[in-house]
Design a protein around this ligand. Structure first.
Ligand code: ADP
Ligand code: MG
Length: 231
């Protein structure tokens, strides 16, 4: 919690209240699993991070001015070490073409998460003027807006409430193993909802927070992308 406080203070001091390099650290401070990786601001550092990670990596543009990275080709999946330099330059170029004066914080180099065995879910929080912090859970990834398969509870949520959330979305059978698929770690999802609920309860300055996707795997969960707005 102390570490989370320090991270949030850094965000506030920077006077850039959206997203930021620190979002992943914040989740980490509350025990939410994130893929191995780092955010860097030059291609040589990107390669160094990529070499530390086993196998190919994912590279993403990091900018508070680009909310939907994949919409502008700002997410590259399956990048090999040889392609890191090209991918880096291409990400910066795409961001500049999209918005010439975009504030580009760097490029995130991330371990690949195996989506074949996983389900992309979303866990989020919005402060409602009437109800306070509203926790959201649903099917995630790029289809979240189209499918609108989500459910809500007021934070802080109990373990049984979080568990209910994972059971009441339309896609619930998908989580519990449908069509011969392995069931995913629903208790990992439940735990993540609770930890996030605790984080936003501890820090009212967090106005909005989304993990999208939280990839639910047979043996755990990984917070692959996080977006946050602080007061
Ligand atoms: P954005 O939501 O801004 O477009 P994301 O980081 O969520 O950016 O990436 C978009 C999609 O790319 C994800 O929903 C997921 O399908 C895929 N993706 C992103 N990061 C990874 C990763 N580390 N491993 C596997 N797939 C990923
Ligand atoms: Mg996303």
């Amino acid at each position: 919690r102390e570490r989370a406080r320090e991270i949030l203070e850094t965000v506030e001091e920077r006077d850039d209240t959206r997203l930021g390099v620190e979002a992943m650290d914040l989740l980490d401070a509350y025990g939410i699993e994130t893929p191995q990786g780092d955010i860097v601001d030059d291609p040589a550092d990107a390669l160094e991070v990529a070499e530390e990670i086993e196998g190919n990596v994912v590279m993403k543009i990091v900018s508070p001015d680009i909310l939907h990275k994949s919409d502008i080709g700002g997410v590259k999946v399956g990048v090999s070490d040889e392609d890191v330099y090209d991918a880096y330059e291409d990400l910066i170029t795409r961001a500049r073409n999209y918005q010439p004066d975009a504030n580009i914080l760097g490029v995130q180099v991330q371990e690949m998460v195996d989506l074949d065995d996983g389900v992309e879910t979303i866990v989020g929080m919005n402060r409602d003027p009437q109800f306070g912090p509203l926790m959201m859970f649903g099917l995630g990834g790029i289809f979240v807006e189209i499918l609108e398969d989500t459910t809500f509870r007021v934070a802080p949520v109990s373990e049984s409430e979080a568990d209910e959330m994972t059971r009441e979305i339309d896609a619930a059978p998908l989580l519990r193993g449908a069509r011969g698929r392995e069931p995913v770690d629903t208790s990992g999802i439940t735990e993540t909802i609770q930890r996030l609920s605790q984080l936003v309860t501890d820090f009212p300055a967090i106005l909005e927070l989304d993990i999208n996707p939280l990839v639910a795997l047979p043996d755990g969960v990984q917070a692959v992308d996080v977006r946050l707005t602080v007061d």
